[in-house]
Write a protein that binds this ligand. Sequence first.
Ligand code: SIN
Length: 487
Amino acid sequence: MTADKKRVIVIGSGLAGSRVAQFLQNDCEVTLLTKGKLLDANSALAQGGIASAIGGGDSVDLHFQDSLLAGAHHNDKHNLRLLVTEGKRAAEELIQEGMEFDRRADGALDFGLEGAHSIPRILHAGGDFTGRKVLEFVQSKFKNVKVIEDAFVTQLLVRSAANSSEIYGVRFLDAQNREMVQIADVVVLATGGLGKMYKFNTNNFTISADGLALAKRAGAQLRDMEFVQFHPTLLKNEGRTLISEALRGVGAKLVNSDDEYFMKNRGKYGDLSTRDVVSREIINQINSGKDVFLDTSNCTNFAEKFPFIAEKLREAGVNTELIPITPAAHFFMGGVYVDEFGRTSVQNLYAVGEVASTGAHGANRLASNSLLECLVFSKKVAEDVLNLQLTTQHTQIEAVQATRPEIVYVPDLKEFQERSWSSIGIMRSSAKLRDFLRWLSKFDTQKIALDKCTNEQENLVLIAREIAAASLKRTSSLGAHYIEEDT
Ligand code: SIN
């Protein structure tokens, strides 16, 4: 091997991918491929913030316990411990780098409260612009990152190695829809989750299970595929705007069209119960013919604290005191199986952020632990990449020789999203899951289409099949996976 810099391709420009690129830019040759523009990522939409036990009266143990409870004790305890412990350091590091979080009049950090946190510990910036501010901050540090926007990755190039397979590059469509091949020593998947699978979702429009499908086709192991998190409050009708849980943290309450505050007496946390519990209760209300609203009449300084939401409500012509809501697909706890360093089962292929499954979130992620995950595990990945001993020098020739994918048949997106919503959504049943799998079997998802749109849907179909199959296997409800005829 030469002493040249390692060639690293990062796929995805959310907080996880951007932070890996930032960390590696001086020691490696980093190319960041993103499907849309740099800010087209779920991270940029994150409102609540970053959960971190850095405030007085808080502790990593308490944060650990809250995360465990939300995750229905399905969490990988080692990686969860890492998340909350390193998470404290990661938040402090970001502040030291110059990131400005909101502060109170006395200059102290202003911690927000969200579902199932036993203490306010959510760092936020610009009110509800947190994700965008943090992402812009990290991307402003790019000096040596080659960014390619509008790049849709169609294939991970993998060859057999000694004991497993090894990644050596990617194939992608560029902004002009030309097929490109790029060789790499290391590929980092940071493509986010799968929001587009569902008719109601809170995700950026580019988020369509691409990284999960790429990894699956490359032979990487996936896990916990049944665990999809549904956020309780998406603005209804308009269908795109998340109404942050932080609003319930400052006193907003769920109410139905019969004026019943149906979460009021529900357990220790009431309206701030874990997302799985609240989303199911809202669906029960909707199924019994009632509409559901978020009553924010007792939230003071609404527009100041939540400028993004206030603006969206104004655009939609919705009264800020009574916001019509629906639950919506939000986050994927499953994903590409990784260890604490983000290593997948394919050599030199890493995954980080929502596309990865470290197991830290268990069966249901605690609010605002996702940006935290991006910060913590991007660092672990970067450190591991720097320490990696490469054994092979891949050349362009191998890539050109790789087999070309074929075009295949996929379902209509709207029909697919409707069916996903009712079959692998908030309430599941074995009959609905079997039906869905039968319907999906009509589509050939093993091959990869070259057309941009078709390809996105193929990825969705391939991963929907994994979710349905995993859901069928788990016959008891756990966290976000709820099965009506629980055994
Ligand atoms: C929210 O602000 O409600 C979403 C935050 C998160 O998903 O953790």
